[in-house]
Design a protein. Structure first.
Length: 352
């Protein structure tokens, strides 16, 4: 970096897509780096550099700077479906003076992710995981029970149209098709039965959820395995889809300022077509089919509220079979896909 806070010539991307935002601002090279990491979070910097046409040192410098400043982080995460778990999209209605406390309590739980305050601060949105067949325990015991909770609704995720290892950056065009092919790992081949994790596996996931690029030596210390065993087990878990890598980064640096949760009621015969069409929208960071009267959920990110209106009246209006829609803007993001930290990338967060 030069003394004026601007990247030196050797540290700039080849494009002109610089994004304002101070020292953590993302430019064209950063966009391509994030896309590369979304494809393979543990890819060696040398392989990423070769695909991007820059030096190893430039890639390492960029990643280290953004990682240190909290604007970028790679996470190694378990796939609930591959582990035989069920995901529930939970909506909690609270009294205004209790919503923050209830949301923080939910965020501290290890079985929750994507915890946010929605609408006017009286609704909490969260994703909860439960072992298959453990639904009553989830609903009756794991949610905070307090007189300030006015209502709880839970929708079981039936099918994911977009999300998990796929993110908005995949739709950005930051990388060419040739670069994507060079950096993409082999697609997973899901096992016939759910993957069973050992205690050492769980320690491995704990470490990767905090930093998906944790060195092998540190992973070996955490699991009690040798580095060779760690490498082999990571390869096995990725091959079955039980482990995938995600990138947590500040979408504000991409110009996204508003996140809105959409709940659509779609005719059953057109649910698959509507979900697949929605998954292709550049504004959609996550989409899934759920149980309940609103059977299609999507997380939408736009530049501002005017862009949200345009999206709803054009792309959503053109979806097949939509009978009703409910929307709720996010006003505070408490927890993303990984563990809860006291500090992390600035909102608006990543996907949902």
């Amino acid at each position: 970096m030069k003394s004026d806070g601007k990247p030196a010539a050797a540290d700039r991307g080849s494009g002109t897509g610089a994004v304002p935002g101070g020292p953590t601002g993302f430019d064209d090279l950063d966009h391509r780096l994030i896309h590369a990491l979304q494809l393979d979070g543990r890819a060696p910097f040398s392989r990423i550099a070769a695909a991007l046409g820059v030096s190893d040192q430039t890639v390492a410098r960029r990643y280290t700077r953004h990682r240190t400043q909290g604007a970028l982080k790679v996470l190694g995460l378990p796939d609930p479906q591959a582990l035989g778990e069920v995901q529930w999209l939970v909506r909690v209605q609270c009294a205004p003076d209790a919503a923050v406390a209830v949301a923080e309590a939910l965020a501290r739980r290890p079985d929750t992710s994507w915890v946010s305050l929605m609408s006017g601060g009286t609704e909490i949105s969260a994703v909860c995981r439960a072992a298959n067949g453990d639904h009553s325990d989830l609903l009756l015991q794991k949610l905070p029970r307090t007189p300030s909770v006015i209502g709880v609704t839970a929708h079981c995720r039936l099918h994911q149209f977009f999300g998990g290892p796929q993110g908005l950056i995949n739709k950005s065009g930051a990388l060419t098709d040739e670069q994507i092919a060079r950096l993409s790992p082999p697609p997973p081949a899901p096992a016939a039965a759910p993957v069973t994790l050992t205690d050492a596996d769980r320690r491995l996931f704990d470490a990767l959820a905090r930093d998906g690029r944790t060195p092998l030596a540190e992973l070996a210390a955490a699991t009690g395995w040798s580095p060779t065993t760690v490498r082999r087990r990571c390869t096995e878990l990725r091959a079955t889809g039980a482990l995938y890598y995600d990138v947590d980064y500040d979408l504000g640096q991409f110009g996204y300022g508003v996140m809105v949760a959409l709940w659509l009621s779609v005719e059953p015969a057109r649910l698959a077509a509507a979900g697949e069409a929605m998954a292709a929208h550049p504004e959609v960071g996550y989409a899934c089919a759920t149980t309940g009267p609103h059977n299609l959920f999507a997380s939408v990110l736009c530049r501002d509220v005017r862009a949200v209106y345009t999206y709803l009246t054009t792309r959503v209006a053109a979806l097949p079979g939509v009978r009703a829609m409910e929307s709720a803007p996010r006003i505070r993001h408490l927890k993303g896909p990984g563990p809860l930290f006291s500090a992390g990338p600035a909102a608006p967060g990543r996907r949902r």
